[in-house]
Design a protein around this ligand. Structure first.
Ligand code: PLP
Length: 387
């Protein structure tokens, strides 16, 4: 009579059993750097020194694995620390990585600066074009790295097909699931080998913690990355692990509201005077709409807008918003606006990943949608005014 519990049940209960000593429903935050040994080498639940393991971090890792449908997860001090450890676990000098042309700027920077110096090469492809992906494969390719929806133009990639191409060539297929989250999309079930997260975003969900994760059911890869985490030390702190854990418990309800609000804003902006294009997979004319409808359970809280009035209008719109806060990052309960070409994507200016200057990215929060719509409407009005 046992069936796998549903998503929210796992998000709320995995790794979160009541404290056996006190009955506290919420497990305590284990603020300790080390653990008492009952005799030399006799550890309780395997804990010894905090870099190697901490009960609060372990609880979060259990929760992360449970929500992605995996057997293993590791919690890192940031999304990029997670990516770095994962890539080091797989790659050796001379190897090659294939990434999308709108991969997260920090991922590109990691490969283009740090891993390039280590003798690892990369190719940038349009992952919507599977023939282009296929033809980028070299004998020394090891990793196929994907983000869907992509940032900031919300391109949708078919994870199952990508995984097939990658596996035929013997590659490890990695999906950065930060934008969709496992509440909306399960890359491992679609064939990917590893999921990475910036838990800083939707999983934490409240813009109050930096963190990252590697999630996989591949035992050998997990052991390698776990060793790297232990040996290089990019672990999350117990308090950060607690905040992330707390965020994950409400992930599903938040994603429902993020998606509903984003859909309404996308529909409102679509076709308005001054708006050249709205990039949101929930719009029927989005080129990835049908695929997103099949691969994701909702369309998410991220959208981008290209303005007909170019850079000038994009800047005026961005700076006119009042409920949306002008800031980098995404995925918090509060709405944020970002001007990619000078903010999140400044590090890829002049590369194949550069974002057009008339594009603004919105991270739609879970405020009352009428307040968000009113804000967008008046900023649009102000952005169109001639000065
Ligand atoms: C923010 C982000 C990262 C990097 O995560 P940090 O927590 O900032 O290190 C990686 N991928 C995506 C898609 C992101 O949005």
């Amino acid at each position: 009579m046992t069936s796998t519990p549903g998503f929210s049940t796992r998000a709320i209960h995995a790794g979160q059993s009541a404290d056996p000593e006190t009955g506290a429903v919420i497990p305590p935050i284990h603020l300790t750097s080390t653990h008492k040994q009952d005799a030399i080498g006799q550890l309780r639940r395997g804990f010894e020194y905090g870099r190697a393991g901490n009960p609060t971090r372990s609880a979060l890792e259990e929760q992360l694995a449970a929500i992605e449908g995996a057997t293993h997860a590791l919690s890192f001090s940031s999304g990029l620390a997670a990516e770095d450890a994962l890539l080091r676990g797989i790659l050796r000098p001379g190897d090659h990585v294939i990434i999308g042309n709108d991969v997260y700027g920090g991922t590109y920077r990691l490969l283009a600066s740090i891993f390039a110096d280590w003798g690892v090469e990369h190719s940038v492809v349009d992952q919507g074009n599977l023939r282009e992906v296929q033809s980028a494969v070299r004998p020394e390719s090891r990793v196929l790295w994907c983000e869907t929806p992509s940032n900031p133009l919300m391109k949708i990639t078919d994870i199952a097909e990508l995984a097939e191409i990658g596996h035929a060539a013997g590659l490890t297929v990695v999906v950065d699931n930060t934008f969709a989250t496992p509440a909306l999309q399960l890359p491992l079930a679609l064939g990917a080998d590893v999921v990475v997260h910036s838990t800083t975003k939707y999983l934490g969900g409240h813009s109050d913690v930096i963190g990252g994760a590697v999630v996989t059911s591949d035992d050998a890869l997990f052991e390698k990355v776990r060793f790297l985490q232990f040996a290089a030390g990019a672990v999350s702190s117990p308090f950060d692990a607690y905040l992330t854990s707390r965020g994950i418990k409400t992930l599903d309800v938040r994603m429902e509201r993020h998606s509903a609000n984003a859909q309404k804003i996308a529909e409102f902006l679509d076709g308005r005077p001054g708006v050249e294009r709205v990039y949101y997979p929930g719009l029927e004319d989005h080129p990835g709409h049908a695929l997103a409808a099949q691969q994701m359970s909702r369309f998410g809280g991220m959208l981008s807008v290209a303005f007909a009035g170019g850079e000038r209008q994009a800047r005026r719109f961005t700076e006119s918003l009042r409920v949306f806060t002008l800031a980098e990052s995404l995925g918090g309960v509060e709405s944020l606006v970002n001007y990619p070409s000078e903010m999140t994507h400044a590090s890829v200016a002049g590369t194949a990943l550069a974002v057009p200057e008339n594009v603004v990215r919105l991270s739609v929060g879970i405020e009352e949608v009428d307040d968000l719509l009113g804000d967008v409407e008046s900023a649009l009005g102000r952005s169109a005014k001639k000065r």
